[in-house]
Ligand binder design. Sequence first.
Ligand SMILES: [Zn+2]
Length: 685
Amino acid sequence: MKSAWVERDAKHAVDRYGKAGIDADLALRIYSTQLLGRNAKLVLHGGGNTSLKTTARDLLGEDVAVLHVKGSGWDMGAIAPAGMPAVRLDPLRKLRTHNALSDDEMARVQRAFLIDPQAPSPSVEMLLHAFMPAKFIDHTHATAVLSLIDQPNAEELCADVFGGRLGFVPYLLPGFGLAKKAAQVFDNNPHVEGLILDKHGIFTFGTTARETYEHMIEMVTLAEQRLNNNRKPVFARAQLPQQIAPAGDVAPILRGACSLRDVGGVGAHQRMILEFRTSDAIINYVNGQDVARYARAGVITPDHVIRTKSRPLIVPAPPAGSLDDFKSAAQRCAQQFIADYTAYFARHKARARGAVMHDPLPRIVLVPGLGLFGLGATAKDASVAADMAEAAVEGITDAEAIGQFTAIGEADMFDCEYWPLELAKLGARKRLPLEGQIAVITGAGGAIGAATARAFAQAGAEVALLDLDAVTATEKAKAIGGAAIGIACDVTDAVAVRAAFDQVVNTFGGVDILVSNAGAAWQGKIGGIDEAVLRQSFELNFFAHQKVAQAAVKIMLAQGTGGCLLFNVSKQAVNPGPNFGPYGLPKAATLFLVRQYALEYGADGIRANAVNADRIRSGLLTDAFLKQRAQARGLSEKNYVSDNLLKREVTAEDVAQAFLAQALALKTTADVTTVDGGNIAAALR
Ligand SMILES: [Zn+2]
């Protein structure tokens, strides 16, 4: 591993932070923390921390010895001064004389000695940093080091590779006990340049930021060199089908298998988002004959367990062609995983007072022949799980190449998985009503489509915005943020529709909600209308709805967790306006389409509903067009938009909220909701 230290950048950090009154030591502490945090082979999603011992001025104006240590919840790659809270060092050191510290006491200690009471809580590894005398300390879960220490003979290997330069601390759960143990190991040999924490990670010490960082790089390099020596070939390949089904066909099946079916029968399935990864290294790993042994042996470093659980779900290879057998096998495997997890919790729950079982669903699925999936309640969580799965593939492959991958025991894993101080890393998050669901919105570049995508994203869904115009789709998705994607799609083109749904499945793993909203208005007096115009309108205002609904239903059936089809049918479907036949006729057919889907797919838990909106200012009802329609009705523009029983202008947001309400109404299907301010002539009978 190469050092990423650039002296000019380091000087720049000193100058820049210096202007904000931050001294050179802390500026360089921030600089090198960022260097560590930006290298995924050293630090992954909160797995590491750094510290600096210096002085700070307290409220009394007195200079006191402090420990600046990484704050919980801060990403090292993007750390700023606020992410390195200062804690009084002397009281922390005094704690070493205690015999034990309960979780509650530890949580209090984390905040009790902060110089700034508003600062984030320091890392749970704070006491280890405090008990060591080194001015600078870096801690990482470097993958190469993990391959070396996740071995039955880790201590021997480390003595050989690091030549006694690092102390060896046996495995303990992070926190007070580990801090005391590490201090003891250090006291026995105060000349060490750092510590190995068995089955966990590495610490390096130094008197400057650069020295400490470069120690880390040097030690990781020594580990890498060892991994490149005397490798045995891994892994022997299992017998697999000649042709493997594509990930896009497999994902919805796995998504359905890895969901919690609602027991009450109300349709409230708990679903997950899936992120697919594959590479030569992943394929080599998942195709191994022995995958069930090495992949299920445990996590490569304990903090992964809160994101990935202690083992992945492994399913059989999916052969191309018929996936029926694969589907039932995947469901059986997932049910077994859930049963095993429930039993694991029951075996160990006495260790965690009052702990409530996390959902028993897997966070990683290995698919021989294909690759792996990360699973999560959100696309972000799925991506973090996939990153950790990839690190595990690398770490375990290298561990097996030089010996045998060995993880901490089941009880230790449980302690970490249910340790409140570790779980604090995940932060408090309220479960949103559409969390874990995937919504596709067509015509999403327009006012109603964009407002609907926004409303669904705010309700927790991952959203895919389809629009004829690629730039608009991308812009609107960007404005929503998170994992929202924009896809160019002409919904009248069957090939484009298939490609768009493939992209959604490849991004998120499936589809739960379709908002078929794309439409355009054609006008003309019905007796004189050119048939080509009528057919053109039918293509978009009827057949396109059918095309996207068909594509969505196919995926929903593969998932087997129901779904929701929502259509924008407009009030023209029930109340024709003059010269608006070419628009109203296909919309009337679409209204019937809603009922046909509701009738034929209700038994599969798929609901179909429609919104009848009217007179919404949008791309369809532009100001010029609005003037025309107002004239056709003999009204002024202003009176036209609020010419309804309530005398209120109806907005795109109102329509979005109606779609959202329909998506959430689990017992409503074949419904038409009017969002028009009240129009008796268009009221459904
Ligand atoms: Zn750690």
